[in-house]
Design a protein around this ligand. Structure first.
Ligand SMILES: Nc1ncnc2c1ncn2[C@@H]1O[C@H](COP(=O)(O)OP(=O)(O)OP(=O)(O)O)[C@@H](O)[C@H]1O
Length: 289
């Protein structure tokens, strides 16, 4: 990305839910956590995937869920984003029970970048990012000039303007991953759910994208709930890490408390060295002697 980073036009100025969200008065909403998950259980195909998860994310906070393959990280994000219904337990977004949010209202509050979103065949990059504006467009209506401006702004922000007219399917994996994020930012939601958002990005674009998200968080009150496999990067950007294993939270706290050689040996069966980094611990895999 070149040039100054500017926020997309529809990212709200404050972290609390927008007036479109039903529920308690604004003063109460502002104090409510962005995400409050309690006793969450999910059973899929007869298998317990989440086995009683509690999780709170404060408004404006960045929390990253880590854990080995199959731990339940994506499932947790899907439930928080309203894409999957829990077997038991509760989810509230900015103080409003998730079940009370209608689809359009939810889309103004929470935007999800899934691991492998479905790409409609033949759709251009611009039109895909424009899908993020759906919650603001009346049924059977057309997008407004403000919607088009918002999409252009987000594509500029993510260094994607030159791809605007290209079919999304013709982009590289990393370029496409930035387009998925563009659609989520165009949505202007206050809560961003990022499931492995940088897994296909080169190290430079990885830093640019995460710095951009962090800047939007600091300057515009975005709340971020992410999953990541790169533990060093997870620790550098998150205020808190939540370590999930077997559908349960087994550790949670600041990166220094969670990224320890002992915990990573037990839960990832990994041999690592943890060293001090600028913003958080750095996790270096080491071979057996
Ligand atoms: N529809 C389903 N039926 C049965 N099991 C499922 C279903 N969907 C997911 N699972 C299982 O639930 C578990 C958790 O999956 P999930 O994708 O949440 O894990 P994850 O922590 O995100 O993993 P990864 O790091 O590999 O992306 C896995 O063991 C997965 O096989």
């Amino acid at each position: 990305m070149t040039g100054p980073i500017v926020p997309p036009p529809n990212v709200p100025d404050r972290p609390a839910a927008t007036p479109t969200v039903p529920g308690p008065p604004a003063a109460v909403e502002a104090a409510a956590p962005a995400v409050a998950v309690a006793g969450l259980r999910v059973t899929l195909g007869g298998v317990p995937v989440l086995a009683g998860v509690d999780l709170t994310v404060a408004a404006g906070e960045w929390v990253t869920v880590i854990g080995p393959n199959g731990a339940g990280k994506s499932t947790l994000l899907r439930v928080v984003g309203g894409l999957l219904t829990a077997t038991a337990g509760s989810v509230a977004l900015f103080g409003t029970p998730g079940g009370q949010l209608r689809r359009r209202e939810r889309a103004r509050v929470v935007a999800t970048v899934a691991q492998s979103p479905v790409v409609p065949p033949g759709m251009t990059v611009f039109d895909y990012a424009l899908l993020g504006r759906t919650p603001y467009i009346a049924p059977l209506g057309r997008e407004s000039a403000a919607d088009l401006t918002a999409v252009r702004g987000v594509l500029d922000l993510l260094d994607l303007a030159r791809f605007a007219d290209r079919a999304l399917a013709t982009l590289s994996g990393g370029e496409r991953q930035r387009v998925f994020l563009a659609r989520a930012l165009a949505q202007g939601a206050t809560l961003l759910l990022l499931d492995e958002p940088t897994s296909a990005l080169d190290i430079g674009h990885q830093q640019e994208v995460l710095e951009l998200v962090d800047r939007l968080r600091r300057e515009h009150g975005l709340t971020v709930l992410a999953t990541m496999h790169d533990l060093s990067v997870a620790g550098e950007y998150a205020d808190r890490l939540v370590l999930l294993d077997g559908g349960r939270v087994v550790a949670a706290g600041p990166p220094r408390a969670v990224l320890t050689e002992e915990l990573l040996a037990v839960h990832y069966r990994a041999r690592v060295r943890v060293i001090n980094g600028g913003h958080g611990p750095l996790v270096v895999p080491v071979r057996a002697p």
